[in-house]
Design a protein around this ligand. Structure first.
Ligand SMILES: [Ca+2]
Ligand SMILES: [Ca+2]
Ligand SMILES: [Ca+2]
Length: 244
């Protein structure tokens, strides 16, 4: 049985075998009920889930949560006497899934997410708004400890960080190629976002890539491209033609 119980009840995560019945009785005696907890064989109760909590190494006694744990940001913030820190001193409450809302974890560990820095190159380096080409290509490199074959290609998004109102552009396809990952984005979607910004051309524009590995690890990268219209290319020697 796995029990990863809400932080107000007791700040421990358990993996138990034959003691299961005893533990269950003990838990009910202390808490009266479980809520916002991850319990392997299911228990009724508000916010409860029944899923592998994805500890880092339960057999080895490491009950830290992996990035893909369903316990991350799945607890209840309004429980009374919520401690200010988790079992190792990480502050509660942290936005563990980076969705903009900080929610406490189920169990002893508050997960601190690490965002891996990706090295990205966007092609074309200079985007001609009047070009009829179909794709923007993003070449992604990750640090050696990350295997690019584990990139969840559907997770890839391109955005314009300087424009808060712009919408992220979803990848159309992507695949690993040797030590890099190639991601293709619909060019027209990016042009639509740029045109909504009403920029004075030619200009430089920062683009941000966000993505996720299959284990839930997040990564992001930044690159800068030029933006022109064809008429500007004729006048401006500083800009090279859009090669795509
Ligand atoms: Ca969150
Ligand atoms: Ca959290
Ligand atoms: Ca922690």
């Amino acid at each position: 049985m796995t029990l990863n119980v809400g932080p107000t009840l007791f700040l421990l995560s358990f993996i138990v075998g034959p003691e299961e019945s005893l533990l269950r009785v003990w838990a009910f005696m202390i808490a009266g009920r479980y809520t916002y907890s991850d319990i392997s064989d299911g228990e009724p109760g508000e916010g409860n889930i029944s899923a592998n909590p994805m500890f880092v190494d339960a057999n080895g006694g490491d009950y830290h949560l992996q990035p893909s744990s369903p316990c991350i940001d799945a607890g209840a913030n309004d429980v009374p006497a919520l401690p200010e820190t988790d079992f190792e001193g990480d502050s509660r409450i942290i936005d563990g899934d980076n969705d903009g809302t900080a929610t406490v974890e189920m169990g002893a560990d508050e997960y601190v997410s690490l965002i891996v820095r990706a090295d990205i190159r966007i092609q074309p380096m200079v985007l001609n708004l009047e070009s009829k080409r179909k794709a923007i290509i993003c070449l992604i490199r990750l640090p050696e400890e990350c295997d690019i074959r584990n990139i969840a290609s559907d997770s890839l998004e391109l955005s314009i960080p300087s424009c808060s109102g712009s919408e992220a552009i979803n990848v159309s396809r992507g695949f690993p190629l040797r030590r890099r990952f190639l991601a293709f984005f619909p060019r027209q979607d990016l042009i639509d976002e740029i045109e909504n910004m009403d920029l004075e051309l030619p200009t430089k524009l920062d683009l941000k890539l966000n993505g996720e590995l299959n284990d839930g690890t997040l990564f992001e990268g930044l690159d800068t491209i030029g933006v022109i219209e064809r008429r500007w290319w004729i006048k401006e020697n500083n800009y090279c033609p859009d090669e795509n």
